[in-house]
Design a protein around this ligand. Structure first.
Ligand SMILES: Cc1ncc(COP(=O)(O)O)c(C=O)c1O
Length: 326
């Protein structure tokens, strides 16, 4: 990857002249079976561009109640695009078609105007859960019947694809726009892409500029993303195996509530059950060299990634045991 960065050909991408960015956008669009893509600094920006592309101020967006767009994007849907979010809670983050159909508003003057349905695959706060393709297709049918656009927050679409055996393109076919991240499991230092039709991407480019995301000689980091896209997707199965091993080990600890059968990808969620808060436990874990993230008063998220070997997982369990097995 460092070699790809060092040898990257660059140009001014604000003028559409960076050959490495163009190569990346072309390859990711083609992988997802869409016409075009726009390279952006973050998954947050690509989600927010999609909201802007598909809506007018005052519109309403249906999404899962624990969606990243709702919890972790600084209320940008309201702040940047004047949107109201309609949260619907799914089964471990997974919505079904009847729930979406029931959330579509009517046509009275007083009804908010629903414009968009957003799904998240894999679902972060739900613990890396994967949408079955049939469920996505059924939701997409509901959206089409109601004239709604479909956006996928596919920050970890690569993981969903590896875990389910469903291609990224098959998932993508159910959506107008898809946000994918190169910077998470794929291991690039920076960057995401919004993918969709030429027409939607032309609008998205305007939104990217307005949101401050037009970048100049950005081929340097796009080269890393391109390398990750080409060479790192197939390694994700190893991260999933590591997450399973980690979950199996954690589930045996006395202070942990966790069902290892619920681990589907590279995310492991668990609760601390001995009266300590997640933050207290996390600082004890940090002191023994294991870093995880708080996800609620007693909830903790652990994530595996490509820089970990199997021995690192065993070692993490050994170091975490005195903190979590009480
Ligand atoms: C599901 C999901 N969507 C979007 C994002 C945002 O990505 P970024 O951190 O690049 O803004 C994240 C980040 O963790 C995420 O988990």
């Amino acid at each position: 990857m460092m070699d790809a960065i060092m040898h990257a050909e660059v140009g001014d991408d604000v003028f559409g002249e960076d050959p490495t960015v163009q190569k990346l956008e072309k390859e990711v669009a083609s992988l997802l079976g869409k016409e075009a893509a726009v390279y952006v600094p973050s998954g947050t920006m690509s989600n927010q561009m999609a909201l802007r592309v598909h809506s007018q101020p005052g519109d309403e967006v249906i999404l899962e109640g624990d969606a990243h767009i709702r919890h972790y994007e600084g209320a940008a849907a309201a702040g940047l695009s004047g949107l109201q979010l309609y949260p619907v809670y799914g089964d471990r983050g997974i919505l079904n078609a009847s729930q979406v159909a029931a959330a579509v508003r009517g046509q009275h003057d007083w009804d908010p105007q629903t414009s968009l349905v957003c799904l998240e695959n894999t679902h972060n706060r739900a613990g890396g859960t994967v949408y079955p393709l049939e469920t996505v297709r059924a939701i997409s049918d509901v959206a089409r019947e109601n004239g709604l656009a479909m956006h996928l927050d596919g920050a970890r679409l690569w993981n969903a694809s590896v875990a389910s055996g469903t291609s990224e393109a098959d998932f993508a076919a159910c959506f107008d726009t898809i946000s994918v991240c190169f910077s998470k499991g794929l291991g690039a230092p920076i960057g995401s892409a919004l993918v969709g039709s030429e027409e939607h991407m032309a609008k998205a480019r305007r939104a990217r500029k307005a949101f401050g995301g037009g970048m100049r000689q950005v081929g340097l980091i796009a080269a890393a993303a391109l390398h990750a896209l080409r060479h790192h997707r197939s390694d994700l199965a190893k991260d999933h195996d590591h997450a399973q091993t980690l979950a199996d080990g954690l589930a045996g600890f006395g202070s942990v509530s966790l069902d290892p059968a619920q681990v589907e990808t590279n995310i492991v969620m668990f609760d601390v059950t001995d009266g300590r808060t997640a933050l207290e436990v996390l600082s004890e874990l940090e002191a023994v060299g294991v870093r995880m993230v708080p996800f609620g008063p007693t909830r903790i998220r652990a994530t595996t990634h490509r820089d970990l070997a199997s021995e690192d997982i065993s070692q993490a369990l050994i170091q975490a045991e005195p903190v979590l097995n009480r």
